[in-house]
Design a protein around this ligand. Structure first.
Ligand code: G3P
Length: 215
């Protein structure tokens, strides 16, 4: 499973990239607002840090506007993936982007039939928001399971990008289900790495090493 970082913060993207585990980046307007840089500038800087797909979201909600913004975003760098909202106008734009060779990530997916329509439109990625489904009392990972199964049944090329990941449990379940990608905030990436027995074991090794005779 590929691991993307879900972030608009250049420092944390740099740090995660240095760990060697990052295959790409997803951003959204909320994350870029926190980063405090204009979108084009932020996306260009991210593309310099990570050599992989970088999702940049359009703000338009009509097909013409989405196409206009998406084509501009795609010019920033060949790795840019245009992030499009899951609405009818968005799917019309996705179909045209696919014919132009522009990669797309359809965002804000909350149901299996939505995901089926997105694949038919020719999207590169579908982003089910698992944490937000859990927040609303549902089971976000059950949706990922359904989408992966439906896409396999019909050999769709669209990749499942598990988003709104809030915990290592989401990440592990995404990998077991066969999600192609999980996009994970930096705080959760750090949790993926942590295990108390690793820390206890390392402390003991370092302590015992002091008893090894020098020479
Ligand atoms: O990139 C979109 C998604 O991952 C948002 O996550 O935590 O705001 O639901 P969250």
């Amino acid at each position: 499973m590929q691991l993307f970082i879900d972030s608009g913060d250049l420092d944390e993207i740099r740090e995660a990239q240095a760990m060697g585990a990052i295959d790409g980046v997803t951003t959204n307007p909320s994350l870029l607002a926190k980063g405090g840089r204009p979108t084009r500038q932020a996306i260009a800087a991210i593309c310099e840090i990570v050599d992989g797909p970088v999702s940049a979201e359009v703000l338009a909600i009509d097909c013409e506007g989405i196409l206009r913004e998406g084509r501009e975003l795609a010019k920033i760098h060949p790795n840019v993936v245009v992030k499009v909202p899951l609405i009818a106008e968005g799917l019309k734009a996705v179909k045209i982007f696919a014919s132009e060779g522009i990669h797309t990530n359809v965002t804000l997916c909350f149901s299996a039939p939505q995901a089926l329509l997105v694949a038919k439109a020719g999207a590169t990625y579908i982003s089910p928001f698992v944490g937000r489904i859990d927040d609303a009392g549902g089971d976000g990972m059950e949706l990922v399971q359904q989408i992966v199964e439906i896409y396999r049944n019909y050999d769709f090329d669209t990749q499942v990008l598990t988003a709104s990941v809030r915990s290592p449990v989401h990440f592990t379940r995404a990998a077991l289900i066969g999600s192609h990608v999980a996009t994970v905030p930096f705080a959760v990436i750090k949790q993926l790495l942590k295990h108390p027995l690793t820390d206890i074991g390392l402390a003991k090794f370092l302590e015992d090493a002091k008893k090894i005779p020098q020479g």
